[in-house]
Ligand binder design. Structure first.
Ligand code: ADP
Ligand code: ASP
Ligand code: MG
Length: 410
């Protein structure tokens, strides 16, 4: 049966000309099976990081519009090169930027939200028998300003295109075989999962597992877009993300461990302990489009209290400026921050019905002499902020203690 397949290839999969040729071969093979193929590509290798570094060599505080103008260029290079590589194989293909295919977003530069996709152009080219290649990670506002969709945003481009075009599957081709119980680079004994539910995947992605961008999972869940995470370098099936995954291991309490080293902790010291103050602080941060993750406020004994929260390191400078301004306005004391933190989390739907999971987690950390700085929980996860230096140790210890290690050694 003829299908419409959306295939996304991440940065490592298109890092150099030989890998781009490998991707071209895979895309053509899919096309030759009789399917329509829409390809979404990321920037080559670590191009996006390099572009961000470049911007910061010019200024610590680049205009967000110009930042997006700059970082979106990476994907334009990859789509053109991939189209050329496919042409070389004698197959018709055409590349487009996000703007060209009408990926319309709001104006939240650096993390824009997609408002609409005009699929006409893509459908016309598919109709002509061409492979359509779309630059990931980018869109355009109604005012014709180029935007980007947040780090890992090519995943969102792929999922959104799959939904808009009524695709049969959204394949995320990457440098691992699928979704594992933990990052296999950090925990060598991690196990590949054949299935995972949207909810668990979302929790893993939100808590820092970089394999998929969290926003792309939210979108996929909302519109029921079937995702298949698999390797760009093999034909083996990877991990299927579905609604009611007979996941992982239903009777198992914990199904994954994630580590996030991309957050920083900020503390506003001596905040007056009055009604409305927290609302005021977090309203200003929200107005600046700063996503706050964990929040902790101590009991006040003196009429003042320290308020700590974590934000993405990419928002650190902006948050620091904003927090200092707020501290002044509300007559708090100084603002301090710590970049050397990591958030370690355990995830599993099973914890809903198993008490004592948090206690076990804290005990495992304690036995490994790891101090807990902040704690937060959701229905299906528990997270602790710890020192970055202990991050890998914590991930391995929890993975082993909760019985996730693969049985036989590699
Ligand atoms: P791409 O360039 O294809 O988008 P990323 O580097 O963004 O790839 O994401 C893939 C990486 O995610 C893997 O190389 C792996 O190190 C990391 N990762 C983190 N957690 C997990 C997990 N639970 N399962 C698989 N990979 C994970
Ligand atoms: N190139 C962008 C990034 O590195 C988008 C992506 O790869 O998904 O974040
Ligand atoms: Mg990625």
């Amino acid at each position: 049966m003829k299908k419409l397949i959306v295939q996304k290839y991440g940065g490592t999969s298109v890092a150099d000309p030989s890998r781009i040729k490998n991707v071209a071969k895979r895309v053509v093979e899919t096309k030759k099976k009789g399917h329509n193929v829409v390809v979404v590509v990321s920037a080559l290798g670590d191009t996006t990081d390099k572009l961000i570094e470049l911007a910061h060599q010019i200024t610590e505080n680049p205009s967000e519009r110009e930042f997006d103008m700059l970082v979106s260029t990476g994907e334009q290079v990859s789509v053109a090169l991939l189209a050329m590589a496919i042409h070389k194989l004698g197959v018709e293909a055409i590349s487009f930027t996000g703007a060209q295919v009408g990926i319309i977003t709001d104006t939240a530069f650096t993390k824009a939200r997609i408002i609409n996709i005009n699929t006409k152009k893509i459908e016309e080219e598919l109709e002509k028998g061409k492979i359509v290649i779309v630059a990931g990670f980018q869109g355009i506002t109604m005012d014709q300003d180029i935007t980007t969709l947040g780090r890992g945003g090519s995943n969102l481009t792929a999922v959104a295109l799959c939904k808009a075009l009524g695709g049969d599957v959204c394949e995320m081709n990457t440098d691992v075989d699928g979704v594992y119980t933990a990052d296999p680079r950090v925990v060598p004994n991690a196990r590949k999962l054949d299935f995972i539910s949207y909810d668990e995947m979302l929790e893993m992605a939100s808590l820092g597992s970089q394999v998929l961008q969290a926003r792309s999972v939210i979108f996929a869940k909302k519109f029921n877009v079937p995702i298949h995470v698999r390797s760009s370098f093999s034909d083996k099936p990877g991990t299927f993300i579905t609604k009611e995954a007979k996941t992982m291991m239903e009777d198992v309490v914990i199904s994954g461990v994630t580590l996030n080293k991309n957050e920083a902790k900020m503390t506003i010291c001596d905040v007056p302990d009055k009604p409305g103050i927290a609302a005021r602080i977090f309203k200003v941060l929200a107005d600046e489009e700063i996503n706050v993750d964990m929040i902790i406020q101590n009991v006040s004994r003196t009429g003042f209290t320290d308020l700590s929260f974590t934000v993405s390191k990419s928002d650190l400078n902006k948050t620091l400026r904003t927090a200092k301004k707020i501290a002044q306005d509300i007559e708090a004391d100084k603002v301090i921050f710590d970049e050397d933190i990591a958030k370690i989390s355990i995830i599993g739907v099973g914890m809903k019905s198993h008490p004592g999971v948090a206690a076990r987690m804290f005990d495992i950390l304690a036995k490994n002499k790891i101090n807990i700085e902040m704690i937060s929980t959701s229905e299906i996860s528990i997270s602790c902020v710890i020192s970055k230096a202990k991050a890998e140790l914590a991930a391995k210890a929890l993975h082993t203690a909760f019985g996730l290690d693969k049985k036989e050694k590699k």
